[in-house]
Ligand binder design. Structure first.
Ligand code: ZN
Length: 268
């Protein structure tokens, strides 16, 4: 069991470009809220430049990974507090969390009781070891400034079954690119690493949608030019001296995914 937050085990840094295949809208407010007459802007940084919050992408990746884990291992729910690294709880439904409270539990015990997804991606009681950096819009030199486009939508009044109001919303056009960075620390080199790589693979294959208005065909993205920097105890010294990280090559990535699926199908 690799239990040690205090000491350095390994660090994975994945970078690439997230490319919009369709329009993408990551908005300021909850997409479910009834829009008012004003336009719904996309989220922007202090300089007015659109970006995708890391938390937004992280939520989408997590939901994908949970779905795969649940397909193989089911909910963590039937064995509350006994998940022991198996299954996936449902973060939006408190009754189906792998662990209801942290009361009386040490950090080691919390880790032990948590489901597979919480162990790697965190929970209210467990710090995540995977961080998604906010994704900055890539603006190439000489390229005209990328601005959101306005699209129109119609809100339906459900009670009267009539059109309540028309409104505009902002979306970024297909083809825009965002800088992607994920940093993971001290994952177990088998199953936990495999879980993170599973999410990254899905991003590469365009299986994860982000933002709002997915029902209108928005939110398709693909990760391109993925690079995997890897530092562990074997190359830590080199890294500290030269600043040069190693590479998590395809063989090791495949081995981690194999370890995950072996664990997911164990005892079936
Ligand atoms: Zn959980």
């Amino acid at each position: 069991m690799n239990w040690s937050w205090q000491t350095f085990q390994n660090r994975l840094r994945i970078t690439g470009e997230l490319v919009a295949q369709t329009g993408v809208r990551v908005g300021m407010s909850a997409e479910t809220a009834m829009p008012t007459a004003t336009d719904l802007p996309v989220i922007k940084d202090a300089n007015g430049k659109p970006f995708i919050p890391g938390s937004s992408l992280r939520g989408a990746v997590r939901a994908y990974v949970e779905r795969i884990v649940r397909t193989f291992e089911g909910d963590a729910h039937p064995s509350k507090g006994e998940a022991r690294g198996k299954g996936a709880c449902i973060p939006t439904d408190k009754d189906r969390w792998c662990l209801e409270s942290r009361e009386g539990l040490s950090e080691e015990e919390i880790y032990d009781c948590s489901c597979r997804v919480c162990r790697a991606l965190g929970s209210p009681w467990l710090a995540s070891r995977v961080r998604f950096t906010d994704l900055a819009l890539i603006q190439r030199d000489g390229q005209s400034r990328i601005e959101p486009e306005l699209r129109d939508a119609v809100a339906i009044d459900r009670e009267k079954e009539s059109v309540a109001n028309k409104y505009d919303f902002e979306a970024l056009p297909a083809g825009v690119r965002f800088q992607f960075e994920l940093i993971a620390e001290n994952l177990s080199e088998g199953e936990e690493l495999g879980l993170v790589l599973l999410g990254v693979r899905a991003l590469e294959q365009g299986e994860i949608l982000i933002g709002g208005f997915k029902g209108r065909g928005l939110g398709h993205v693909k990760l391109e030019g993925t690079q995997y920097e890897w530092i562990d105890r074997a190359n830590l010294k080199d890294y500290l001296i030269t600043g040069q990280a190693g590479v998590l090559d395809e063989t090791r990535r495949k081995a981690a995914l194999e370890a995950l699926f072996n664990a997911l199908t164990e005892g079936r």
